[in-house]
Design a protein around this ligand. Structure first.
Ligand code: PGA
Length: 254
């Protein structure tokens, strides 16, 4: 198995104090685990400096992530943050296409593909979230949905798009629901994703990872990470509780 990559998506959560508490425990833990696992925290970007100051410089396998980015480089886009700005403050991984943004902010596949393109221009690592709704699952449409979400990235960014990037397979019905995909379901789709990306790129792809996300806990993490095509996790709630976060990293390394 390759070194797993675990990304915590804090969403709209966190305070200066909660970050200090979280890092107090994470800091010591990462000293032992830094060779076994790459850990990324995607916290609200305004707290990035604080996290950097408290932890970042001393840990080679710990990185900062963002939860979103604008699909423009600069200009009259009130409230937005550009890929260059993220890079400028030391962010390395950027989640795009999370279902909460697709549904709450009506982000389209094309907008997401434009974000992907701009991130690559800045040498940032896109973490592209894809996955089906409950209805689409019932209609047996998961593969088509995932394929469509991937295809627009190829259209906009070209055949090399997925070098140095991550696809997080996140079934929408599993996010925040306490019902994760089974290890077999996750593997089936992750296997499809890998095979599809390889077939499109004629196997000329480097540093491409597939994560699973959606109700991962310390109890199901081990069975899911053992699947052949799952290289790590995108965690929501589990990344807010330091004890749970650490327990997941420990179980997958046992
Ligand atoms: P969850 O969220 O782990 O709380 O289900 C996952 C996500 O939103 O990426």
């Amino acid at each position: 198995m390759i070194k797993p990559i675990i990304i915590g998506n804090w969403k709209l959560n966190g305070t200066q104090q909660s970050i200090k508490n979280f890092l107090k425990l994470l800091k010591n833990f990462l000293i032992d685990y830094h060779k076994k696992c790459t850990v990324v925290i995607s916290l609200p970007v305004l707290y990035s400096y604080l996290m950097q100051k408290l932890l970042f410089s001393k840990n080679k396998n710990f990185f900062l992530g963002a939860q979103n980015v604008d699909n423009h480089c600069s200009g009259s886009f009130t409230g937005d943050i550009s890929p260059f700005m993220l890079k400028d403050i030391g962010i390395k991984y950027v989640i795009i296409g999370h279902s909460e943004r697709r549904f709450n902010y009506k982000e389209t596949d094309r907008m997401i593909a434009n974000k992907f393109y701009l991130l690559k221009q800045e040498n940032l690592i896109p973490v592209l979230c894809i996955g089906e709704t409950k209805q689409e699952k019932v209609e047996n449409n998961t593969i088509n949905i995932c394929k469509k979400q991937i295809d627009l990235i190829f259209d906009v960014c070209g055949i090399k798009a997925f070098n140095n990037s991550i696809i997080a397979y996140e079934p929408v019905w599993a996010i925040g629901s306490k019902i994760s995909a089974t290890p077999q379901e996750a593997q089936f789709i992750a296997g499809f994703i890998r095979q599809y990306i390889h077939s499109q790129t004629k196997n000329r792809i480097k540093n491409f990872f597939i994560q699973y996300g959606g109700s991962v806990t310390q109890y199901n993490a081990k069975n899911i990470i053992q699947q052949k095509d799952i290289d790590g996790f995108l965690l929501g709630r589990a990344a807010l509780q330091i004890e749970e976060f650490i327990a997941i990293i420990k179980t997958i390394n046992m």
